[in-house]
Ligand binder design. Sequence first.
Ligand SMILES: Cc1cc2nc3c(=O)[nH]c(=O)nc-3n(C[C@H](O)[C@H](O)[C@H](O)COP(=O)(O)OP(=O)(O)OC[C@H]3O[C@@H](n4cnc5c(N)ncnc54)[C@H](O)[C@@H]3O)c2cc1C
Length: 393
Amino acid sequence: MSATYDVAIVGGGAVGSSIAYWLTRDPAWAGRVAVIERDPTYARASSALSASSIRQQFSTPLNIALSRFGIGFLRDVNAYLGVEGEPPVVLGLREPGYLFLATAAGERVLRDNHAIQRAENCAVALLDPAAVVARYPWMNLDGVVQASLGTANEGWFDGPALMQAFRRKARSQGAVYLHDEVVGIDVSASRVSTLRLRSGESVSAGVVVNAGGPWSASVAAMAGVKLPVEARRRCVFVFDCRERFEGAPLTIDSSGIWFRPEGRYWLAGAPPKPENDVDGLPLEVDHSEWDELVWPPLAARVPAFESVKVVSAWAGYYEYNTFDHNGIVGPHPTIANLIFATGFSGHGIQQSPATGRAVAELIAHGRYVSLDLAPFGFDRIAANRPVIERNII
Ligand SMILES: Cc1cc2nc3c(=O)[nH]c(=O)nc-3n(C[C@H](O)[C@H](O)[C@H](O)COP(=O)(O)OP(=O)(O)OC[C@H]3O[C@@H](n4cnc5c(N)ncnc54)[C@H](O)[C@@H]3O)c2cc1C
């Protein structure tokens, strides 16, 4: 059987569901929207496995703008995503800020980024080590020469709850979720004509959106398109520390590790070793990362973390854009009705509200209205025009 929709979105994670939400709420849009999601439990989806944090401290004004819209959206989430007669959306948003720590080697970049952030009116403060210790006396600042703290608009929230809220609201506004997998894409006359599904059914759509997250390259490949996005595994460790520290920020240590509180526990992670930073490793926790990469700098930075206990851990995939680590958003240069919304490389859940809005505008109005995402367009890849973002975590 074949069904026809005006828009078919492949992937119903935070990004795909945000697009469905924004499209179905636009009064200028009267079309039918289908979201094709192969796993409604989202067991392996990035949106269910992220660290769900949001910051303004990027080095690219467009990334700052995307996340700035994100924080306002999260604060006011029920005005956007509340559904009458249903329980309110609870995201547990906390805003203690991100703290970036730099050694002498990283100081120049930290200061340059700070200048960009100030020019974009971000609430950021440069702190010297003494000022950091005055705020967070439980930290050991050895080796740190400069720090940058987001004093507003940065923190963390419940990412899976945001994804589910997008999905619930999109459905309440008429989006149809198909529990199926896209296994083939037919292209003719430079247009996607049909999506073939694992069930044997097919879908035709005027516009197709690839929001397949870490699997978006395989979705693109079905249409004969090479997309530089890989599924790069990242492990998150949950640990318990007897001591309590109020108001702790999400710290990006000069060693590359990050850590932040989560309820009564803490989360931490590190970029993997280069040999493990490859496409499609199994979604299993590599416990050697804790011993070799995470714990040594963690215990050096916070002496109280010398005797912590790991209580659990998980692994998820970054949808890692190997070209320039930023979102790839917009139409394919030659297959005009194939739109991409992927490649966010570790900052996609915070950018899902603004990305969904932008892609919906592109579809419903034929252009970006609120925020011009053209610099993140697919065409920059062939043109070899990377967007250099220096604050990639
Ligand atoms: C450990 C970790 C920490 C992170 N921390 C942060 C953070 O602090 N802040 C932040 O902003 N971001 C963070 N991220 C990144 C963020 O999670 C992602 O950028 C974001 O969730 C991507 O959303 P998505 O909807 O594109 O992808 P997903 O949530 O993965 O959704 C894609 C969906 O597409 C479906 N799909 C794929 N192929 C097909 C097909 N052929 N047919 C049907 N369905 C298909 C999949 O089943 C999946 O549900 C982190 C990621 C990880 C792994």
